[in-house]
Design a protein. Sequence first.
Length: 136
Amino acid sequence: MKKSSIFGLIVIAIAIAVVISTYSNSSTYGSFNDAKNTSSELHIIGHLDKQKALFYDAAKDANYFAFYMKDKQGEECKVIFTGTKPQDFERSEQIVLTGQMEGKEFHASKILMKCPSKYTQDKVEITEFKAKRANI
């Protein structure tokens, strides 16, 4: 076999290994119901249930944060995050969790928040400029 053929086979094998490892590490979007039926990691989009309490006590355990979230289908679940509570968490409009179900609780490994925009429609001030035409 030629050296170029061996080199080509090695490059193809490495490319296949990279594609397989990338595919196996990727997770999909779902709901709490989907997370109950699978053991793989999922992304879940939802919003904070502001009617229920947040559980975070930095003096007791700075790496325990629990809250209730409703997913896009309206199903509510208790979420446990082993990390510190994100700043301005209560003000978030949308939350994306990455993690998996353990029993009846969703254990999140990552939390991404969509915070409210500082540019809201009711605060936009519209000013009109009326130019005078000069008669020349």
